[in-house]
Ligand binder design. Structure first.
Ligand code: PGA
Length: 243
């Protein structure tokens, strides 16, 4: 299992440090792989708190370009330099707020891999796409368009996040999660065998109270958690549900 907390655009440096410290203090013995994705400006401070702990740290996004004239963007080597070991790419909020296409996301996946970062690739359909019966086709298209055809094994994790379940309190039904995760697994086996065994995370309103049943669902390898990762007790409750 792999439990990832996406802190999004929240908090101060001091709050991020306190949250990281509470996770370091509260992480139980035998916890699954755990990662946090603080805002980029907080990576340095959070990295110091996490030093020597078992908690990985990553960036929430990266540029697809290596360096140069890209005002405001953050390169993968900058993330690595700040102590990040992973990066989330293709989050639906990036796709929506910044118009990121699958081709943009592909460039980011390649950039992350070239810097030796573990990449969490997010895919997921909108409510309109689900209601019109296109959910699986949309996710297949995102996978095909944003996963390179050559990469080192084990360095990409997939996060299935139905857009309509993110931050809304709505969770996909367990049978919908199982169906989508099963589809993703078989798509990977057929099309990207190098990462066929990777974790497939579920994301979208995961909380301590619903995590256990989600983790017990076929092909769910953990969670990408937004809102509930901002409170240490809630996030530690999700970690406990994965044990
Ligand atoms: P949420 O966000 O847990 O607040 O729904 C999940 C995500 O965006 O990764």
């Amino acid at each position: 299992m792999f439990i990832a907390g996406n802190w999004k655009m929240n908090g101060t440096v001091a709050e991020a440090e306190a949250l990281a410290q509470a996770l370091v203090d509260g992480l139980p013995e035998g916890a699954p792989a755990t990662a946090v994705f603080p805002p980029a400006l907080h990576l340095g401070a959070v990295g110091k708190v996490l030093e020597g702990s078992k908690i990985f740290m990553g960036g929430q996004d990266c540029s697809g370009a290596e360096k140069g004239a890209h005002t405001g963007d953050i390169s993968v080597s900058m993330l690595a330099d700040m102590g990040a070991r992973g990066v989330i790419v293709g989050h639906s909020e990036r796709r929506t707020d910044h118009g990121e296409s699958d081709a943009d996301v592909l460039a980011k996946v390649k950039a992350g891999l070239s810097a030796g970062l573990g990449v969490v690739l997010c895919v997921g359909e909108t409510l309109e796409e689900r209601d019109s019966g296109r959910a699986e086709a949309v996710v297949r298209e995102q996978l095909g368009g944003s996963l390179p055809t050559d990469f080192p094994a084990g360095s990409v994790v997939i996060a299935y996040e139905p857009v309509w379940a993110i931050g809304t309190g709505k969770v996909a039904t367990l049978s919908d999660i199982a169906a989508m995760h099963g589809m993703i697994r078989s798509w990977l086996q057929d099309n990207r065998p190098e990462i066929a065994k990777t974790f497939i995370l579920y994301g979208g309103s995961v909380k301590a109270s619903n995590a256990a049943e989600i983790f017990a669902t076929d092909e769910v390898g953990g969670a990408l958690v937004g809102g509930a990762s901002l409170k240490s007790d809630d996030f530690l409750g999700i970690i406990a549900a994965a044990m």
